[in-house]
Design a protein around this ligand. Structure first.
Ligand code: FAD
Ligand code: NAI
Length: 476
Protein backbone atom coordinates (compact mmCIF):
# COMPACT_ATOMS: atom_id res chain seq x y z
CA UNK A 1 0.00 0.00 0.00
CA UNK A 2 1.30 3.49 -0.86
CA UNK A 3 2.39 5.72 2.02
CA UNK A 4 0.05 8.52 3.10
CA UNK A 5 1.21 11.81 1.56
CA UNK A 6 1.46 15.12 3.39
CA UNK A 7 2.56 18.61 2.37
CA UNK A 8 4.16 19.15 5.77
CA UNK A 9 5.22 16.64 8.42
CA UNK A 10 6.19 18.06 11.81
CA UNK A 11 8.30 15.79 14.03
CA UNK A 12 7.72 16.81 17.65
CA UNK A 13 4.56 18.23 19.22
CA UNK A 14 6.03 20.71 21.69
CA UNK A 15 5.31 24.46 21.48
CA UNK A 16 7.50 24.72 18.39
CA UNK A 17 6.02 21.73 16.59
CA UNK A 18 2.33 21.99 17.39
CA UNK A 19 2.24 25.72 16.62
CA UNK A 20 4.11 25.14 13.32
CA UNK A 21 1.53 22.45 12.45
CA UNK A 22 -1.40 24.76 13.22
CA UNK A 23 0.03 27.67 11.21
CA UNK A 24 0.81 25.36 8.26
CA UNK A 25 -2.75 24.01 8.37
CA UNK A 26 -4.14 27.56 8.49
CA UNK A 27 -2.16 28.27 5.33
CA UNK A 28 -3.96 25.43 3.55
CA UNK A 29 -1.40 22.62 3.77
CA UNK A 30 -2.19 18.99 4.46
CA UNK A 31 -0.29 18.52 7.73
CA UNK A 32 0.82 15.65 9.98
CA UNK A 33 2.35 16.05 13.43
CA UNK A 34 4.18 13.19 15.13
CA UNK A 35 4.82 13.24 18.87
CA UNK A 36 5.96 10.43 21.13
CA UNK A 37 5.26 11.85 24.61
CA UNK A 38 3.18 9.44 26.71
CA UNK A 39 0.91 10.33 29.62
CA UNK A 40 0.73 8.12 32.73
CA UNK A 41 -1.64 5.72 30.93
CA UNK A 42 0.53 5.43 27.81
CA UNK A 43 -1.74 7.71 25.78
CA UNK A 44 -0.68 10.79 23.82
CA UNK A 45 0.38 13.90 25.72
CA UNK A 46 1.30 16.50 23.12
CA UNK A 47 2.85 19.79 24.23
CA UNK A 48 6.41 18.59 24.73
CA UNK A 49 8.73 19.52 27.54
CA UNK A 50 6.92 22.81 28.04
CA UNK A 51 3.49 21.31 28.70
CA UNK A 52 4.50 18.08 30.41
CA UNK A 53 7.64 18.78 32.47
CA UNK A 54 8.48 22.43 31.91
CA UNK A 55 6.71 25.77 31.66
CA UNK A 56 3.21 24.67 32.60
CA UNK A 57 3.71 22.29 35.59
CA UNK A 58 6.46 24.52 37.01
CA UNK A 59 4.18 27.55 36.89
CA UNK A 60 1.34 25.54 38.47
CA UNK A 61 3.61 24.57 41.38
CA UNK A 62 5.08 28.07 41.62
CA UNK A 63 1.52 29.42 41.97
CA UNK A 64 0.44 26.83 44.56
CA UNK A 65 3.61 27.22 46.62
CA UNK A 66 3.29 31.01 46.44
CA UNK A 67 -0.27 30.77 47.84
CA UNK A 68 1.07 28.58 50.67
CA UNK A 69 3.87 31.04 51.40
CA UNK A 70 1.49 34.02 51.30
CA UNK A 71 -0.95 32.33 53.66
CA UNK A 72 1.86 31.40 56.04
CA UNK A 73 3.89 34.60 56.01
CA UNK A 74 2.04 37.52 54.44
CA UNK A 75 -1.72 37.26 55.03
CA UNK A 76 -1.28 38.46 58.64
CA UNK A 77 -0.11 41.90 57.48
CA UNK A 78 -3.43 42.23 55.60
CA UNK A 79 -5.29 41.45 58.83
CA UNK A 80 -6.14 37.94 57.74
CA UNK A 81 -5.71 35.29 60.38
CA UNK A 82 -4.92 31.79 59.23
CA UNK A 83 -5.13 29.00 61.75
CA UNK A 84 -4.21 25.38 61.21
CA UNK A 85 -2.48 26.05 57.89
CA UNK A 86 -1.44 22.76 56.37
CA UNK A 87 -0.01 21.35 53.21
CA UNK A 88 -1.68 18.62 51.15
CA UNK A 89 1.18 17.97 48.74
CA UNK A 90 -0.65 15.10 47.01
CA UNK A 91 -3.47 17.46 46.12
CA UNK A 92 -1.06 20.17 45.00
CA UNK A 93 0.70 17.71 42.69
CA UNK A 94 -2.62 16.33 41.43
CA UNK A 95 -3.78 19.86 40.59
CA UNK A 96 -0.55 20.41 38.68
CA UNK A 97 -1.14 17.15 36.76
CA UNK A 98 -4.69 18.27 35.98
CA UNK A 99 -3.42 21.60 34.59
CA UNK A 100 -0.99 19.64 32.39
CA UNK A 101 -3.79 17.35 31.18
CA UNK A 102 -6.01 20.33 30.28
CA UNK A 103 -3.18 21.60 28.10
CA UNK A 104 -2.56 18.17 26.50
CA UNK A 105 -6.28 17.86 25.73
CA UNK A 106 -6.36 21.41 24.40
CA UNK A 107 -3.64 20.60 21.87
CA UNK A 108 -5.39 17.39 20.73
CA UNK A 109 -8.54 19.49 20.23
CA UNK A 110 -6.57 22.07 18.22
CA UNK A 111 -5.17 19.29 15.98
CA UNK A 112 -8.76 18.16 15.23
CA UNK A 113 -10.04 21.70 14.73
CA UNK A 114 -7.26 22.42 12.22
CA UNK A 115 -7.59 19.02 10.49
CA UNK A 116 -4.02 18.04 11.37
CA UNK A 117 -3.34 14.28 11.31
CA UNK A 118 -1.74 13.37 14.64
CA UNK A 119 0.50 10.34 14.99
CA UNK A 120 1.47 9.10 18.46
CA UNK A 121 4.93 7.59 18.24
CA UNK A 122 8.52 8.24 17.28
CA UNK A 123 9.23 9.80 13.91
CA UNK A 124 12.47 9.05 12.12
CA UNK A 125 13.92 9.69 8.69
CA UNK A 126 13.94 6.71 6.31
CA UNK A 127 15.09 8.25 3.04
CA UNK A 128 14.87 11.21 0.74
CA UNK A 129 12.91 10.68 -2.45
CA UNK A 130 12.10 12.78 -5.48
CA UNK A 131 8.96 14.27 -4.02
CA UNK A 132 10.16 14.69 -0.46
CA UNK A 133 11.03 12.49 2.51
CA UNK A 134 9.85 9.19 3.88
CA UNK A 135 9.30 9.25 7.65
CA UNK A 136 8.73 6.16 9.77
CA UNK A 137 6.32 6.44 12.67
CA UNK A 138 6.93 3.88 15.40
CA UNK A 139 4.02 3.89 17.83
CA UNK A 140 1.54 1.19 18.83
CA UNK A 141 1.85 0.19 15.18
CA UNK A 142 4.50 1.08 12.65
CA UNK A 143 3.85 2.90 9.38
CA UNK A 144 5.65 5.14 6.94
CA UNK A 145 4.40 8.47 5.64
CA UNK A 146 5.74 10.86 3.00
CA UNK A 147 6.11 14.63 3.29
CA UNK A 148 7.22 17.35 0.87
CA UNK A 149 8.42 19.49 3.76
CA UNK A 150 9.68 18.27 7.12
CA UNK A 151 9.86 20.46 10.22
CA UNK A 152 12.02 18.95 12.98
CA UNK A 153 10.96 20.19 16.43
CA UNK A 154 12.33 17.48 18.70
CA UNK A 155 13.26 19.75 21.61
CA UNK A 156 15.90 19.17 24.28
CA UNK A 157 16.76 16.99 27.27
CA UNK A 158 18.20 17.84 30.67
CA UNK A 159 22.00 17.73 30.86
CA UNK A 160 23.33 15.31 33.50
CA UNK A 161 26.51 15.79 35.52
CA UNK A 162 29.24 13.33 34.53
CA UNK A 163 29.16 10.35 36.90
CA UNK A 164 25.72 11.27 38.30
CA UNK A 165 23.01 10.03 35.93
CA UNK A 166 19.41 10.98 36.66
CA UNK A 167 17.55 8.26 38.55
CA UNK A 168 14.55 10.58 39.23
CA UNK A 169 14.49 9.18 42.77
CA UNK A 170 17.47 10.91 44.39
CA UNK A 171 19.16 12.69 41.50
CA UNK A 172 16.47 14.59 39.70
CA UNK A 173 16.11 16.34 36.36
CA UNK A 174 13.29 18.84 35.82
CA UNK A 175 11.00 15.82 35.44
CA UNK A 176 11.61 14.39 38.92
CA UNK A 177 11.88 17.90 40.42
CA UNK A 178 8.22 18.48 39.55
CA UNK A 179 6.94 15.34 41.31
CA UNK A 180 8.82 14.92 44.58
CA UNK A 181 6.30 13.02 46.70
CA UNK A 182 7.15 14.52 50.10
CA UNK A 183 8.79 17.86 50.87
CA UNK A 184 12.49 17.03 51.35
CA UNK A 185 13.99 18.28 54.59
CA UNK A 186 17.14 19.19 52.71
CA UNK A 187 17.22 19.84 48.99
CA UNK A 188 20.32 20.50 46.91
CA UNK A 189 20.41 22.02 43.44
CA UNK A 190 23.33 22.21 41.05
CA UNK A 191 23.09 25.32 38.88
CA UNK A 192 21.43 28.60 39.83
CA UNK A 193 20.01 29.26 36.36
CA UNK A 194 16.34 29.51 35.53
CA UNK A 195 15.32 26.01 36.66
CA UNK A 196 17.52 26.16 39.77
CA UNK A 197 15.82 29.35 40.93
CA UNK A 198 12.26 28.36 39.99
CA UNK A 199 12.42 24.83 41.41
CA UNK A 200 14.47 25.98 44.40
CA UNK A 201 11.74 28.55 45.12
CA UNK A 202 8.91 25.99 44.91
CA UNK A 203 10.47 23.60 47.43
CA UNK A 204 11.82 26.38 49.67
CA UNK A 205 8.31 27.86 49.97
CA UNK A 206 6.97 24.43 50.86
CA UNK A 207 9.49 24.16 53.70
CA UNK A 208 12.67 22.54 52.36
CA UNK A 209 16.07 23.81 53.38
CA UNK A 210 17.52 24.63 49.96
CA UNK A 211 21.16 24.97 48.91
CA UNK A 212 22.07 25.87 45.33
CA UNK A 213 25.62 25.27 44.09
CA UNK A 214 26.58 27.45 41.13
CA UNK A 215 29.84 27.22 39.18
CA UNK A 216 29.97 30.82 38.01
CA UNK A 217 31.28 33.49 40.37
CA UNK A 218 28.52 35.94 39.41
CA UNK A 219 24.85 35.44 40.16
CA UNK A 220 22.66 35.34 37.00
CA UNK A 221 25.46 36.52 34.74
CA UNK A 222 23.17 37.02 31.73
CA UNK A 223 20.87 39.36 33.67
CA UNK A 224 21.47 43.10 34.08
CA UNK A 225 23.81 43.37 37.08
CA UNK A 226 21.70 45.86 39.02
CA UNK A 227 18.61 43.68 38.58
CA UNK A 228 20.48 40.47 39.49
CA UNK A 229 21.80 42.13 42.66
CA UNK A 230 18.30 43.19 43.72
CA UNK A 231 16.97 39.68 43.04
CA UNK A 232 19.79 38.10 45.03
CA UNK A 233 18.91 40.27 48.04
CA UNK A 234 15.33 38.99 47.89
CA UNK A 235 16.42 35.35 47.58
CA UNK A 236 18.80 35.79 50.53
CA UNK A 237 15.85 37.05 52.61
CA UNK A 238 13.88 33.94 51.61
CA UNK A 239 16.84 31.84 52.84
CA UNK A 240 17.41 30.37 49.41
CA UNK A 241 21.07 29.58 50.01
CA UNK A 242 23.08 30.18 46.84
CA UNK A 243 26.81 29.37 46.78
CA UNK A 244 28.66 30.95 43.85
CA UNK A 245 31.99 30.04 42.27
CA UNK A 246 31.84 26.42 43.38
CA UNK A 247 33.38 23.32 41.87
CA UNK A 248 31.20 20.25 42.18
CA UNK A 249 33.09 17.02 42.79
CA UNK A 250 31.95 13.46 43.47
CA UNK A 251 28.25 12.79 43.94
CA UNK A 252 27.20 9.71 45.91
CA UNK A 253 23.64 8.53 46.02
CA UNK A 254 22.33 6.00 48.56
CA UNK A 255 19.09 5.03 50.28
CA UNK A 256 19.74 7.80 52.81
CA UNK A 257 20.02 10.53 50.18
CA UNK A 258 22.73 12.27 48.21
CA UNK A 259 26.14 13.46 49.25
CA UNK A 260 27.85 16.11 47.10
CA UNK A 261 31.53 16.91 47.48
CA UNK A 262 32.23 20.51 46.44
CA UNK A 263 34.82 23.23 46.76
CA UNK A 264 33.75 26.75 47.67
CA UNK A 265 34.96 29.98 46.07
CA UNK A 266 37.86 30.12 48.55
CA UNK A 267 38.97 26.65 47.47
CA UNK A 268 37.83 24.96 50.71
CA UNK A 269 36.53 21.41 50.44
CA UNK A 270 32.89 20.99 51.54
CA UNK A 271 30.23 18.28 51.61
CA UNK A 272 26.53 18.82 51.08
CA UNK A 273 24.24 16.09 52.44
CA UNK A 274 20.72 16.30 51.05
CA UNK A 275 17.61 14.14 50.72
CA UNK A 276 17.21 14.99 47.03
CA UNK A 277 19.43 16.64 44.45
CA UNK A 278 18.12 18.53 41.41
CA UNK A 279 20.65 18.96 38.63
CA UNK A 280 19.78 22.00 36.50
CA UNK A 281 22.92 22.81 34.54
CA UNK A 282 21.34 23.44 31.15
CA UNK A 283 19.79 21.33 28.41
CA UNK A 284 21.04 19.50 25.33
CA UNK A 285 19.35 19.49 21.92
CA UNK A 286 17.51 16.21 21.30
CA UNK A 287 18.07 14.30 18.06
CA UNK A 288 17.91 10.84 19.64
CA UNK A 289 16.14 8.34 17.41
CA UNK A 290 15.61 10.80 14.56
CA UNK A 291 17.94 8.84 12.28
CA UNK A 292 19.30 12.12 10.93
CA UNK A 293 22.26 10.19 9.43
CA UNK A 294 19.96 8.34 7.01
CA UNK A 295 19.40 11.55 5.05
CA UNK A 296 22.64 13.37 5.93
CA UNK A 297 21.03 16.04 8.11
CA UNK A 298 23.91 18.09 9.55
CA UNK A 299 24.36 18.83 13.24
CA UNK A 300 26.52 21.63 14.66
CA UNK A 301 29.35 21.23 17.20
CA UNK A 302 26.83 21.32 20.11
CA UNK A 303 24.78 18.49 18.64
CA UNK A 304 22.00 20.89 17.63
CA UNK A 305 20.58 20.68 14.11
CA UNK A 306 22.53 23.21 12.05
CA UNK A 307 20.23 25.89 10.63
CA UNK A 308 20.55 29.32 9.04
CA UNK A 309 18.68 32.44 10.20
CA UNK A 310 15.54 31.16 8.45
CA UNK A 311 15.62 27.72 10.18
CA UNK A 312 16.67 26.00 6.94
CA UNK A 313 18.79 22.91 7.55
CA UNK A 314 21.49 21.40 5.33
CA UNK A 315 18.76 19.57 3.36
CA UNK A 316 16.26 21.06 0.93
CA UNK A 317 12.74 21.41 2.41
CA UNK A 318 13.86 20.20 5.86
CA UNK A 319 13.50 22.84 8.55
CA UNK A 320 14.29 22.77 12.27
CA UNK A 321 13.00 24.97 15.09
CA UNK A 322 12.95 25.44 18.87
CA UNK A 323 15.27 23.88 21.43
CA UNK A 324 16.84 21.52 18.88
CA UNK A 325 18.47 24.49 17.11
CA UNK A 326 20.65 27.46 18.17
CA UNK A 327 19.25 30.34 20.19
CA UNK A 328 17.50 30.65 23.54
CA UNK A 329 15.67 27.55 24.76
CA UNK A 330 12.31 29.23 25.31
CA UNK A 331 8.81 28.11 24.38
CA UNK A 332 7.82 31.42 22.81
CA UNK A 333 11.01 31.46 20.69
CA UNK A 334 10.13 27.93 19.46
CA UNK A 335 6.57 29.07 18.66
CA UNK A 336 7.72 32.13 16.72
CA UNK A 337 10.10 29.99 14.68
CA UNK A 338 7.27 27.51 14.02
CA UNK A 339 5.01 30.24 12.64
CA UNK A 340 7.83 31.78 10.59
CA UNK A 341 8.79 28.42 9.01
CA UNK A 342 5.18 27.56 8.08
CA UNK A 343 4.88 30.97 6.44
CA UNK A 344 8.17 30.53 4.56
CA UNK A 345 6.97 27.17 3.24
CA UNK A 346 3.94 29.06 1.93
CA UNK A 347 6.24 31.53 0.15
CA UNK A 348 5.66 34.28 2.71
CA UNK A 349 8.30 36.17 4.70
CA UNK A 350 7.97 34.88 8.25
CA UNK A 351 10.51 36.52 10.55
CA UNK A 352 11.73 36.17 14.14
CA UNK A 353 13.36 39.18 15.79
CA UNK A 354 15.84 37.67 18.26
CA UNK A 355 16.55 41.12 19.70
CA UNK A 356 13.08 41.31 21.17
CA UNK A 357 12.64 37.81 22.62
CA UNK A 358 11.71 38.40 26.27
CA UNK A 359 13.04 36.34 29.17
CA UNK A 360 11.14 35.73 32.40
CA UNK A 361 12.16 33.96 35.59
CA UNK A 362 8.99 33.22 37.56
CA UNK A 363 10.40 33.54 41.05
CA UNK A 364 9.22 35.98 43.70
CA UNK A 365 10.20 38.65 42.79
CA UNK A 366 9.78 37.86 39.12
CA UNK A 367 12.68 38.81 36.86
CA UNK A 368 12.01 39.83 33.25
CA UNK A 369 13.98 41.51 30.54
CA UNK A 370 14.23 42.26 26.86
CA UNK A 371 17.09 43.69 24.85
CA UNK A 372 20.55 44.57 26.08
CA UNK A 373 21.89 44.77 29.62
CA UNK A 374 23.93 47.70 30.93
CA UNK A 375 27.06 45.54 30.98
CA UNK A 376 26.51 44.55 27.32
CA UNK A 377 26.14 48.20 26.29
CA UNK A 378 29.30 49.12 28.18
CA UNK A 379 31.23 46.26 26.56
CA UNK A 380 30.02 47.37 23.12
CA UNK A 381 31.07 50.97 23.86
CA UNK A 382 27.54 52.22 23.14
CA UNK A 383 26.60 55.59 24.64
CA UNK A 384 23.41 55.10 26.66
CA UNK A 385 21.19 56.68 29.29
CA UNK A 386 19.74 54.65 32.17
CA UNK A 387 16.62 55.29 34.23
CA UNK A 388 15.23 53.27 37.13
CA UNK A 389 12.06 53.47 39.18
CA UNK A 390 11.54 51.46 42.39
CA UNK A 391 8.25 49.67 43.09
CA UNK A 392 8.52 51.15 46.59
CA UNK A 393 7.34 54.44 45.06
CA UNK A 394 4.44 52.83 43.15
CA UNK A 395 0.99 53.10 44.77
CA UNK A 396 -0.34 49.84 43.41
CA UNK A 397 2.73 47.92 44.61
CA UNK A 398 2.22 49.38 48.09
CA UNK A 399 -1.46 48.38 48.03
CA UNK A 400 -0.45 44.87 46.96
CA UNK A 401 2.10 44.75 49.77
CA UNK A 402 4.81 43.84 47.28
CA UNK A 403 7.30 46.66 46.79
CA UNK A 404 10.45 44.69 46.03
CA UNK A 405 12.44 45.67 42.96
CA UNK A 406 12.41 48.16 40.15
CA UNK A 407 11.96 48.84 36.46
CA UNK A 408 15.04 49.89 34.53
CA UNK A 409 15.21 51.48 31.10
CA UNK A 410 18.30 51.73 28.91
CA UNK A 411 18.08 54.10 25.94
CA UNK A 412 20.48 55.33 23.29
CA UNK A 413 22.18 58.51 24.48
CA UNK A 414 21.67 60.32 21.19
CA UNK A 415 18.42 58.97 19.72
CA UNK A 416 16.63 57.89 22.94
CA UNK A 417 15.72 54.55 21.26
CA UNK A 418 14.99 51.90 23.91
CA UNK A 419 17.85 49.38 23.97
CA UNK A 420 16.80 47.26 26.93
CA UNK A 421 14.21 47.04 29.69
CA UNK A 422 14.86 45.09 32.88
CA UNK A 423 12.38 44.41 35.63
CA UNK A 424 12.61 42.72 38.99
CA UNK A 425 9.41 42.83 40.99
CA UNK A 426 5.71 42.01 41.06
CA UNK A 427 4.14 40.91 37.73
CA UNK A 428 7.38 41.51 35.84
CA UNK A 429 6.28 38.69 33.47
CA UNK A 430 3.28 40.75 32.37
CA UNK A 431 4.91 44.18 32.52
CA UNK A 432 7.67 43.18 30.13
CA UNK A 433 5.22 42.89 27.20
CA UNK A 434 4.88 46.66 26.96
CA UNK A 435 8.64 46.93 26.59
CA UNK A 436 8.68 44.20 23.91
CA UNK A 437 6.03 46.00 21.88
CA UNK A 438 7.83 49.32 22.31
CA UNK A 439 11.17 47.87 21.17
CA UNK A 440 9.57 46.03 18.25
CA UNK A 441 8.24 49.42 17.05
CA UNK A 442 11.63 51.06 17.76
CA UNK A 443 10.06 53.38 20.31
CA UNK A 444 12.05 55.90 22.31
CA UNK A 445 11.94 56.12 26.10
CA UNK A 446 10.11 59.41 25.56
CA UNK A 447 7.34 57.57 23.66
CA UNK A 448 6.61 55.43 26.74
CA UNK A 449 6.98 58.42 29.05
CA UNK A 450 4.26 60.27 27.11
CA UNK A 451 1.73 57.39 27.07
CA UNK A 452 -1.14 57.51 29.60
CA UNK A 453 -0.88 54.51 31.99
CA UNK A 454 -3.79 53.53 34.27
CA UNK A 455 -3.60 54.57 37.90
CA UNK A 456 -2.99 52.83 40.19
CA UNK A 457 -1.15 50.15 38.27
CA UNK A 458 2.26 48.53 38.33
CA UNK A 459 2.70 49.68 34.73
CA UNK A 460 3.09 53.23 36.01
CA UNK A 461 6.52 52.10 37.23
CA UNK A 462 7.36 51.39 33.57
CA UNK A 463 6.31 54.89 32.53
CA UNK A 464 8.24 56.39 35.44
CA UNK A 465 11.39 54.43 34.57
CA UNK A 466 11.08 55.79 31.03
CA UNK A 467 10.79 59.29 32.52
CA UNK A 468 13.81 58.54 34.71
CA UNK A 469 15.96 58.18 31.58
CA UNK A 470 15.76 61.99 31.32
CA UNK A 471 15.70 62.48 35.09
CA UNK A 472 12.08 63.60 35.23
CA UNK A 473 10.35 61.01 37.41
CA UNK A 474 7.17 62.44 38.91
CA UNK A 475 6.70 60.19 41.93
CA UNK A 476 10.26 59.66 43.10
P1 FAD B 1 9.89 20.37 23.31
O1 FAD B 1 8.91 21.13 24.10
O2 FAD B 1 10.98 19.69 24.03
O3 FAD B 1 9.04 19.32 22.46
C1 FAD B 1 9.65 18.34 21.69
C2 FAD B 1 8.67 17.20 21.53
O4 FAD B 1 9.14 16.34 20.51
C3 FAD B 1 8.49 16.34 22.76
O5 FAD B 1 7.14 16.09 22.98
C4 FAD B 1 9.22 15.05 22.42
O6 FAD B 1 8.68 13.90 23.04
C5 FAD B 1 8.98 15.01 20.94
N1 FAD B 1 9.96 14.21 20.18
C6 FAD B 1 11.30 14.26 20.25
N2 FAD B 1 11.85 13.43 19.33
C7 FAD B 1 10.82 12.86 18.67
C8 FAD B 1 10.73 11.95 17.61
N3 FAD B 1 11.82 11.46 17.00
N4 FAD B 1 9.49 11.57 17.19
C9 FAD B 1 8.38 12.05 17.78
N5 FAD B 1 8.40 12.95 18.78
C10 FAD B 1 9.61 13.34 19.21
N6 FAD B 1 10.25 28.19 28.44
C11 FAD B 1 9.55 29.34 28.49
O7 FAD B 1 9.48 30.06 27.50
N7 FAD B 1 8.89 29.70 29.64
C12 FAD B 1 8.93 28.95 30.76
O8 FAD B 1 8.33 29.30 31.77
C13 FAD B 1 9.68 27.75 30.73
N8 FAD B 1 9.75 26.97 31.81
C14 FAD B 1 10.47 25.81 31.76
C15 FAD B 1 10.56 25.04 32.90
C16 FAD B 1 11.29 23.87 32.89
C17 FAD B 1 11.37 23.03 34.14
C18 FAD B 1 11.92 23.44 31.67
C19 FAD B 1 12.69 22.16 31.62
C20 FAD B 1 11.84 24.21 30.55
C21 FAD B 1 11.13 25.40 30.57
N9 FAD B 1 11.04 26.23 29.45
C22 FAD B 1 10.33 27.40 29.52
C23 FAD B 1 11.69 25.87 28.18
C24 FAD B 1 10.65 25.25 27.22
O9 FAD B 1 10.06 24.14 27.83
C25 FAD B 1 11.33 24.87 25.92
O10 FAD B 1 12.03 25.96 25.39
C26 FAD B 1 10.27 24.42 24.91
O11 FAD B 1 9.55 23.32 25.40
C27 FAD B 1 10.92 24.06 23.58
O12 FAD B 1 9.93 23.67 22.69
P2 FAD B 1 10.21 22.65 21.49
O13 FAD B 1 8.93 22.53 20.76
O14 FAD B 1 11.42 23.08 20.77
O15 FAD B 1 10.60 21.27 22.20
P1 NAI C 1 20.49 27.52 32.69
O1 NAI C 1 21.39 27.61 31.53
O2 NAI C 1 19.46 28.55 32.88
O3 NAI C 1 21.35 27.50 34.02
C1 NAI C 1 22.33 26.53 34.27
C2 NAI C 1 23.23 27.02 35.37
O4 NAI C 1 24.03 25.94 35.80
C3 NAI C 1 24.16 28.14 34.92
O5 NAI C 1 24.11 29.19 35.85
C4 NAI C 1 25.53 27.46 34.87
O6 NAI C 1 26.59 28.33 35.16
C5 NAI C 1 25.37 26.39 35.95
N1 NAI C 1 26.25 25.25 35.79
C6 NAI C 1 26.58 24.59 34.65
N2 NAI C 1 27.39 23.55 34.92
C7 NAI C 1 27.58 23.55 36.26
C8 NAI C 1 28.30 22.71 37.14
N3 NAI C 1 28.99 21.67 36.71
N4 NAI C 1 28.27 23.00 38.46
C9 NAI C 1 27.57 24.04 38.94
N5 NAI C 1 26.85 24.87 38.14
C10 NAI C 1 26.86 24.62 36.83
O7 NAI C 1 19.86 26.06 32.61
P2 NAI C 1 18.65 25.38 33.38
O8 NAI C 1 18.33 26.13 34.62
O9 NAI C 1 18.98 23.94 33.45
O10 NAI C 1 17.45 25.58 32.38
C11 NAI C 1 17.58 25.14 31.03
C12 NAI C 1 16.86 26.06 30.12
O11 NAI C 1 15.46 25.85 30.20
C13 NAI C 1 17.03 27.54 30.43
O12 NAI C 1 18.23 28.05 29.93
C14 NAI C 1 15.87 28.12 29.74
O13 NAI C 1 16.18 28.26 28.38
C15 NAI C 1 14.81 27.06 29.92
N6 NAI C 1 13.93 27.44 31.03
C16 NAI C 1 13.20 28.58 30.93
C17 NAI C 1 12.39 28.98 31.95
C18 NAI C 1 11.67 30.27 31.84
O14 NAI C 1 11.62 30.81 30.75
N7 NAI C 1 11.08 30.79 32.91
C19 NAI C 1 12.24 28.20 33.18
C20 NAI C 1 13.09 27.03 33.19
C21 NAI C 1 13.87 26.67 32.14
Amino acid sequence: MANKQFDVIVIGGGPGGYIAAIRAAQLGFNVACIDEWKNGKGGPAPGGTCTNVGCIPSKALLQSSEHFDQAGHHFAEHGIKVEGLGLDLDKMLARKDQVVKQNNDGILYLFKKNKITFFHGRGSFVKAGEAGYEIKVAGAAEESIDGKHIIVATGSNARALPGAPFDEENILSNDGALRIGAVPKKLGLIGSGVIGLEMGSVWRRLGAEVTVLEALPTFLGAVDEQIAKEAKKAFDKQKLKIELGVKVGEIKSSKKGVSVAWTNAKGEAQTLEVDKLIVSIGRVPNTIGLNAEAVGLKLDERGAIAVDDDCKTSLPNVWAIGDVVRGPMLAHKAEEEGVAVAERIAGQHGHVNFNTVPWVIYTNPEIAWVGQTEQQLKAAGRAYKAGTFPFLANGRARALGDTTGMVKFLADAATDEILGVHIVGPQASELISEAVVAMEFKASAEDIARICHAHPSLSEATKEAALAVDKRTLNF
